[in-house]
Ligand binder design. Structure first.
Ligand code: SF4
Length: 257
């Protein structure tokens, strides 16, 4: 069973009563065995029974293995330039959120920084997509990317809203974290705060944030170079931003303890 199948069994209301706060995050934690179904107080008896049948598998490890096999079929020297990676001794060096990762021809990934399954999946997907092309310099919203309209609501719910809430509650700490992940503050005529961040060499993101002011609620928008969908599909782009939010949340909880 994968996270989406589990998500379908959950109430899908994102009521925020579980520690994960959203049903998709809860589904992921459930699959990893980090949480029990009982932690969702909104579950119906039927859903509880369905979830009790789930065999908890390490889906990330399975996915990484599958992607690594696909990478082994790719000539890394042919994709390096297109995806903005450096080719060194037959390996790809890819910068992701300010850290360099080395990807070997067999798909193994090493770094002197932090690594986790999320980063591995992201990097392997990025290589497999083998995008090409220069930046257009034109920032567009998620819905303007290929198939972005279909996933726009998920993007807003799982990426823009959680990041807005984090900035609302912990602005100085979250901004420091964004800077530590390679973001640079920038000026934007429309918003009070703006940061540009390279999630991956060919995936720059522009985060625009308007804090609550004069009774106006806060707002946040994440923009992409219009070429972003050549380098990752929209589901993977959501995955990138969810990962960023997870990094910030983990760092925040460590900071608070
Ligand atoms: S408590 Fe249940 S319904 Fe509410 S967000 Fe968590 S998983 Fe979803």
């Amino acid at each position: 069973m994968n996270p989406v199948e589990i998500y379908k069994i959950l109430p899908k209301t994102n009521c925020g009563r579980c520690p994960q706060k959203t049903c998709m995050a809860f589904a992921l934690s459930l699959l990893k065995g980090e949480v029990k179904a009982d932690a969702c107080p909104e579950l119906s008896e039927h859903a509880r029974q369905e979830l009790s049948k789930i065999e908890i598998k390490d889906w990330k490890a399975e996915l990484i293995e599958k992607l690594q096999k696909e990478i082994q079929e790719i000539d890394l020297s042919e994709v390096a330039e297109g995806i903005g990676a450096e080719l060194r001794d037959g390996n790809l060096i890819i910068r992701c959120f300010g850290t360099d990762y080395t990807v070997a021809p067999d798909g193994e990934i090493t770094t002197s920084g932090h690594i986790n399954p999320w980063i591995k999946i992201l990097l392997l997907h990025y290589i497999r997509t083998a995008g090409k092309g220069e930046f257009s310099g034109r920032w567009v919203s998620f819905s303007e990317l290929k198939s972005g309209m279909v996933k726009e609501a998920s993007f807003r719910r799982d990426c823009e809203e959680p990041l807005r809430e984090l900035l609302d509650k912990h602005f100085p700490v979250v901004e420091r974290m964004l800077l530590a992940l390679g973001a640079t503050p920038t000026k934007h005529e429309a918003s009070k705060y703006a940061w540009q961040l390279k999630a991956l060499p060919k995936l720059p993101v522009l985060i625009l944030y308007w804090p609550e002011e004069d009774g106006e609620p806060s707002a946040l928008k994440i923009l992409f170079d219009s070429t972003a969908d050549r380098f990752l599909d929209v589901e993977s782009i959501i995955f990138v931003l969810e990962g960023l939010i997870n990094i910030i949340e983990h760092a925040l909880s460590a900071h608070n303890h």
